[in-house]
Design a protein around this ligand. Structure first.
Ligand SMILES: [Fe+2]
Length: 339
């Protein structure tokens, strides 16, 4: 069974994987200054994963409301959102589905988040609705006029913020074939083995390019390491983790496990940060954070990235707007826990 449209394959092969400042200028219409950091050259974004819940999606709405209140309270002008996958549980339909308005455009309103929303696919985006892959609909929706939904390809690179960038982001598709090589398990599909190999080569090539920003962040839906029920992902440990180490990526962002995590490993330059509390039902943790941490908690919430040229700050924020965990990193990967 074909599990990936020809359109997606073309997009994957297309090497237009860097967003130039010029191409983003239209989308970034209110790049202001925030006050949390107090610096004049600070940039902010919010992220969340596992958010496009079914039914009345009350928990998604609660998290979205908290994001808005948090933004107002701290007087932040965000320059991006990161949508970390499992963007739509349940049937999505087409690019004209009311879910786009109800659960994206209005849920995270332009009046608060007047910025691009960089999206990556989760496993629930690799389900077919009446023979149409949700992910293909998401790729198509990104071409809709006026939307902030930004999903230019299966994997892509962008600079944040677009003007005077501080972070190089590499966005990946972690829906790789299952351990036995199959590309379908029940209703879930994956990319092909050839696409997996091509993406790995692309990642390797991208990481070899000179870094023009003080910070490097890689993001994908599936965690490489997780204290949640999905656990560690051996395929990603084998394929991606050595590259993160070699190129001293500052952070790996993920979702998939419905909780908020921050994991560190002795001698590893990369911080592993999971923000999967966007609105779908929560999971129990498998490993307590006092066994492997420094932080993991079962809660709804979102996360906040603040960055200057000398410091990156990541915060987990619960659905009540409380900052429940925070840490900083320098360009040299010096870590400091705040809360
Ligand atoms: Fe997931």
């Amino acid at each position: 069974m074909q599990h990936f449209s020809s359109n997606s394959r073309r997009q994957f092969l297309r090497q237009t994987l860097a967003f130039s400042a010029a191409s983003l200028a239209g989308a970034l219409t209110s790049c202001g200054k925030g006050i949390i950091g107090g610096a004049s050259d600070v940039a902010h974004l919010l992220m969340l994963g596992d958010w496009g819940a079914t039914g009345q999606h009350l928990d998604q709405a609660a998290v979205a409301a908290a994001m808005q209140t948090y933004t107002r309270t701290h007087v932040l002008n965000h320059q991006a959102l990161l949508m970390l996958g499992d963007n739509f549980y349940g049937e999505l339909g087409s690019t004209s589905s009311s879910r786009w308005k109800n659960q994206f455009e209005d849920m995270y309103p332009r009046s608060i988040f007047n910025c691009p929303a960089y999206a990556i696919p989760g496993n629930h985006d690799y389900i077919q609705d009446n023979g149409i892959l949700r992910y293909d609909v998401e790729l198509q929706y990104a071409k809709t006029m006026q939307t902030r939904w930004t999903m230019p390809s299966q994997c892509y690179r962008f600079l944040f913020p677009a003007l005077d960038p501080l972070v190089t982001f590499i966005a990946l598709d972690s829906n790789i074939p299952y351990a036995d090589g199959s590309t379908q398990s029940g209703g879930f599909f994956t990319m092909s083995a050839a696409q997996k190999a091509a993406q790995l080569q692309w990642l390797s090539d991208e990481l070899k390019k000179p870094l023009d920003t003080p910070f490097l962040i890689v993001m994908a839906h599936h965690p490489i390491y997780s204290d949640g029920p999905h656990g560690d992902n051996q395929s990603l440990i084998d394929d991606w983790d050595p590259l993160l180490r070699q190129h001293r990526a500052h952070v790996y962002l993920a979702g998939h496990d419905h909780d908020l995590q921050h994991l560190e490993f002795e001698g590893h330059p990369t911080s592993f940060f999971c923000s999967g509390g966007g609105g779908s039902d929560l999971y129990n943790l498998r490993i307590p954070s006092d066994k492997r941490g420094p932080y993991a908690v079962k809660t709804f919430g979102f996360s906040h990235l603040e960055v200057t040229k000398s410091l990156l700050t990541l915060r987990h924020v619960d659905q009540n707007g409380n900052i429940i965990h925070a840490f900083t990193k320098t360009p040299d990967n010096e870590l400091k826990l705040i809360t």
